[in-house]
Design a binder for this molecule. Sequence first.
Ligand code: ATP
Length: 219
Amino acid sequence: MSDAGAALVPVGVFGGTFNPVHYGHLRSGLELVERLHLERLHLMPCAVPPHREAPSCSAEHRSAMVALAVAGEPHLVCDPRELRRNGHSYTYDSLVELRAELGEGHSLCLVMGYDAVLNLDTWYRWQELLLLAHIVVLARPGWRLPGEGVVATWLAAHRVRDRDILRQHPAGSVLVEELRPLAISSTEIRELLAAGRSARYLLPEPVLDYIESNRLYQP
Ligand code: ATP
């Protein structure tokens, strides 16, 4: 799969539990769209996470909150495809679907936090992900990629520093991007709400309204 020379416009896909989605996800997504000139970025809630316990909140609620959060921002879209599959939500399967929809020549970028890269070798068919997409790693303050082990060797073989590669090839490279750090996590939001405290200004108002009207994360 190679299309060197043509200017491709990459599509991005950013997976997560989004329990709930917050401004850390949204701002990073938008900065990435602008920096990498993405056609759009799919925020893809994970229905049944293979690597962590089932989220307290249903995939339908988490997906509805993502849809509310991105309403009005044409470059960010909610992609509920993992809710339509049974069993564990494997990113590999989602990339196969997206690749089939986009066609062989379209550039596709899987976005993941650097924390996810640390245990990438536990992911289903992890070494085949780059056959389907590029991987863009979001670095956070104090980040360090693995220095030894299979993931380190894999990184050394595939990491690029030139963003133009994403516009020249449909898949196959790993790019690391440092974005504006926003110290917000879904865990903290859930803890605030469970303690009866306000989570205002950490996530969009319509998402907070949804949380309140559906009595999610309540004390
Ligand atoms: P939790 O606290 O429940 O683990 P989270 O806030 O880390 O949730 P996830 O849905 O697990 O959110 O994250 C999805 C992706 O977003 C991950 O790749 C994660 O690294 C990234 N991410 C999470 N918070 C931020 C943030 N504040 N800024 C940038 N990226 C983030």
